[in-house]
Design a binder for this molecule. Structure first.
Ligand SMILES: Nc1ncnc2c1ncn2[C@@H]1O[C@H](COP(=O)(O)OP(=O)(O)O)[C@@H](O)[C@H]1O
Ligand code: SF4
Ligand SMILES: [Mg+2]
Length: 306
């Protein structure tokens, strides 16, 4: 899958080669530095790219359906009902002028037409209990809730219609670490309770260790590796993945190692391996030839070391 952005400053290929599968009831973590194209990829799946974004090639298959070939009408029936998304900033999914209850009513009406208000509000109350928000908040406006509660409401809306896939785009990044930890517990609870597949997007590899089944690592618009979570932490193969693990803060240590160098300018990405200017293992071949994805002991990795 390739996605281009046509910006005032020129054309960028912000997603330059991504091929990912999510299994049923699986949690796939998608990690990468800011600007690596994670949000763009998520928006493309739901076909809500900004107007300057275009899918240049590739397919998005969902349960045998090619999403890029569906009509807008068919897509509307899928969005929110079979695939839903939680954004980093809950304000982008909540309407500040509507009470929480009206968000639920609107969602059910959009997908089922006329609905029984009492029935929907009962369901909404149950959902709020599941995500840990007091039921009486149904009658409040978004600004009357805390940031963590707003995000919990966004999650309740995302799971309300029992979708098969929920894409969570940095759902805890705008919250403080304590609230983040509580939300991570909620996700673990939801995975047991609801049988949904999730794509969990984050720039923080550490928070995926207890949640994701597999982790895909993205660098400058490309997936550089996909691995079961345990193997990834025990023995990371790709040098960028190693660097990400080294930059995860550990308890009891103030030292935080950051990855040296800057992510590339996508208007003029490095030739060969896009990570080579920052890679401590770079060889001559890395500067000229792009590494292809290989199977290495049940893991996928795109690096000339393998
Ligand atoms: N509004 C925008 N205008 C121009 N370029 C953008 C815009 N949003 C994102 N980009 C470009 O697209 C790339 C990918 O962005 P994004 O998908 O938001 O990455 P991530 O979610 O991994 O931080 C960025 O490197 C940036 O250069
Ligand atoms: S291909 Fe080369 S530059 Fe790229 S990550 Fe592997 S060793 Fe480093
Ligand atoms: Mg993003």
């Amino acid at each position: 899958m390739r996605i281009g952005y046509d910006t005032g400053r020129g054309k960028l290929e912000v997603v330059a080669g991504v091929d990912l599968k999510v299994g049923r009831e699986e949690i796939l973590g998608l990690v990468g530095e800011s600007g690596s194209g994670k949000t763009t990829l998520a928006l493309a799946v739901l076909r809500i790219l900004p107007e300057w974004g275009t899918v240049l090639g590739g397919r998005i298959l969902f349960d045998g359906l090619d999403l890029l070939r569906m009509s807008e009408e068919e897509m509307r029936r899928i969005r929110g009902r079979r695939i839903s998304m939680v954004f980093q900033d809950p304000y982008s999914s909540l309407n500040p002028t509507s009470r929480i209850r009206d968000h639920f009513l609107e969602l059910y009406r959009a997908h089922y037409g006329h609905v029984d208000e009492k029935e929907v509000l009962e369901k909404a109350g149950t959902l709020l209990r599941i995500v840990g928000v007091p039921e009486e908040k149904l009658h409040d406006y978004p600004h009357q809730l805390s940031g963590g509660q707003r995000q919990r409401v966004a999650i309740a809306l995302a799971i309300a219609l029992k979708p098969e896939l929920v894409i969570l785009d940095e759902p805890t990044s705008s919250l403080d670490v304590l609230v983040e930890a509580q939300l991570m517990e909620l996700f673990k609870d939801l995975r047991k309770r609801e049988r949904i597949s999730m794509v969990f997007i984050t720039h923080n590899l550490g928070i995926l260790s207890e949640l994701a089944d597999r982790i895909a690592v993205m660098y400058a618009g490309k997936i550089v590796g996909v691995s079961p979570t345990e193997k990834l932490f025990a023995d990371p193969l790709h040098p960028y993945t190693r660097a990400l693990i080294d930059s995860v803060p550990t308890i009891g240590s103030d030292e935080l190692r950051t990855i040296s160098g800057e992510p590339p300018d996508l208007r003029n990405p490095p030739k060969g391996c896009r990570f080579h200017p920052r890679c401590p293992f770079a060889m001559d071949v890395c500067r000229v030839a792009e590494p292809v994805m290989k199977d290495v002991g049940g893991r996928e990795v795109a690096c000339h070391l393998y």
